[in-house]
Design a binder for this molecule. Structure first.
Ligand code: 13P
Length: 250
């Protein structure tokens, strides 16, 4: 495994307000000055312009939580990759389990969204993860492999440019976290799958997500195939997020 800078990405989900964002981003920017890892916040679309301004001059990167598979046109409610680019967006989450669950996003659609992001210079953070029922049925490997295979199938030629996030659905927002060993096992599988598609699989960052917090981040991030975190709830509190950033800097 080659050493690469970890990526700690916050996913605010549908949270935030102008005033709260201001305080949160200022505190994160001030606290991350010595960070040795890369840091990003994936914010709701209406706040992209605000956070773009707040982060200017810092190393904080901006991310979106979704992106349309289309570049423009009659797609009411959608936001395209070229639009995100105009606001300095560097990352876009695609295929978050909440989008798969509540918006019926399929593996094929997620792959198309990753393609649209890549085509416009945005790095997709492609999420995979099994539900509790799938884990209990022994289907974890099959599910995450199927989800990643779709992204590889459509984006094979530039698959080393993506970021992958393994988020077991049963660990998201539940306070229940995968053990470092459980997580590493799946991350290693995903690495192997990437290695079959590209000689540069070691370059791909595979983030971990699901109730990652200040207390458990260090042990998860110490695993050989965990290259960062995708942080929900704990990314909304500057002190917690900064502790995870510190863990990712070690
Ligand atoms: P929590 O950290 O709140 O469990 O959310 C994880 C997640 O879904 C990040 O994308």
């Amino acid at each position: 495994m080659t050493q690469k800078r970890k990526l700690i990405a916050g996913n605010w989900k549908m949270n935030g307000a102008l005033q709260a964002n201001d305080a949160l981003v200022r505190a994160v920017v001030a606290g991350m000055q010595d960070a040795a890892c890369e840091v990003a916040v994936c914010v709701p679309a209406p706040y992209l312009a605000q956070v773009q301004m707040l982060k200017s001059g810092s190393k904080l990167e901006l991310g979106a939580q979704d992106v349309s598979q289309h570049a423009s046109g009659a797609y009411t409610g959608e936001v395209s990759a070229p639009m995100l680019r105009e606001f300095g967006v560097r990352y876009a989450i695609v295929g978050h389990s909440e989008r798969r669950q509540y918006h019926g996003e399929t593996d094929a659609l997620v792959a198309e969204k990753a393609r649209a992001a890549l085509a416009h210079g945005i790095t997709p953070i492609a999420c995979v993860g099994e539900t509790l029922a799938e884990r209990e049925a022994g289907q974890t490997e099959e599910v995450v492999k199927r989800q990643l295979a779709a992204v590889i199938h459509v984006n094979g030629h530039c698959i080393s440019e993506i970021v992958v996030a393994y988020e077991p659905v049963w660990a998201i927002g539940t306070g229940r976290t995968a053990t470092p060993e459980q997580a590493q096992q799946v991350h290693a599988l995903l690495r192997k799958q990437l290695a079959a598609a590209t000689a540069q699989a070691d370059r791909v960052r595979i983030l971990h997500g699901g109730s990652m917090n200040a207390a458990n981040a260090a042990s998860l991030l110490a695993q050989p195939d965990i290259d960062g975190g995708l942080i929900g709830g704990a990314s909304l509190k500057a002190p917690d997020f900064l502790q995870i950033i510190a863990a990712g800097s070690r």
